[in-house]
Design a protein around this ligand. Structure first.
Ligand code: SF4
Ligand code: SF4
Length: 234
């Protein structure tokens, strides 16, 4: 059913039930995302896509549009709140971009640029988390995990459907874990898929490092904003 919503004051005709984040992109309004993968079930874990809907703050990847909805995306207070959320993610991990294998291909870094982040307003925690090298083809740089749960929900053992990744403990004690036995059964294309799916440089392929030269890396060729608006898969 065709419905009418307002997007930053602009009148938009769209289809009822489509996800707000997608409707916005289709109408030229970029909303940053980190946990969201278009076409996959919503995770709603990172809240980076927070917008104001009918006066309330909501994550745009979790909201199906409905008739009469009034949405504010680029209103200063909402914009600053999204920036604060991204800053929080940086302050909770150890993100040294120049020495990171994912630099130039990292969604957190790319979104950091999009929200205009220069430095986090929050104190950096530098939480020590041990790296995990136990599986044959992947290693985990746990300090960079933003706990989006993409890997947990979307990467499963091909035979049994069991989860290969999991998150243990909570809050500052949380760590991303890998089932080594299942991980060692992952075919090479699934190893690549897991490393690509991770929005940051936490899941790293052991055989790959700084393969793409500076200037030719994914988000240097096309920004994360352009990819979202053109509906290019991240
Ligand atoms: S994971 Fe992304 S944000 Fe973190 S250090 Fe690597 S490039 Fe930077
Ligand atoms: S390892 Fe990567 S994909 Fe998995 S929860 Fe952490 S950030 Fe998300």
């Amino acid at each position: 059913m065709r419905i009418h919503i307002t997007l930053d004051g602009q009148s938009v005709i769209t289809r009822e039930g489509d996800m707000l984040v997608d409707v916005a992109a289709s109408n030229g309004v970029y909303i940053p995302t980190l946990c969201y993968v278009r076409g996959k079930p919503c995770l709603g874990t990172c809240r980076t896509c927070s917008v104001r809907v009918n006066g309330n703050i909501m994550a745009a990847c979790t909201i199906p549009v409905s008739d009469g909805m009034e949405v504010e995306v680029n209103e200063p207070e909402v914009t600053d709140m999204r920036k604060a959320l991204v800053e929080l993610l940086f302050s909770e991990g150890n993100h040294n971009c120049p020495s990171c294998e994912k630099s130039g291909r990292c969604e957190l870094q790319a979104v950091g640029y999009e929200v205009g982040m220069m430095v986090s307003r929050f104190p950096y925690k530098f939480t020590p988390r041990t790296r995990d090298y136990a599986s044959n083809a992947l290693w985990l740089e746990r300090d960079r995990c933003i706990f989006c749960q993409r890997c947990v929900e979307m990467i499963r053992d091909k035979e049994t459907g069991q989860k290969i990744f999991s998150i243990e403990s909570r809050g500052t004690q949380a760590t991303i874990e890998i089932d080594v036995e299942l991980a060692n059964r992952m075919p090479p294309e699934q190893v690549r898929e897991a490393a690509e799916l991770c929005p940051v440089g936490c899941i790293i392929e052991k055989s790959l490092g700084f393969n793409d030269p500076i200037g030719k890396r994914k988000f240097e060729i096309k920004s994360i904003r352009e990819r979202a608006l053109e509906r290019v898969d991240k």
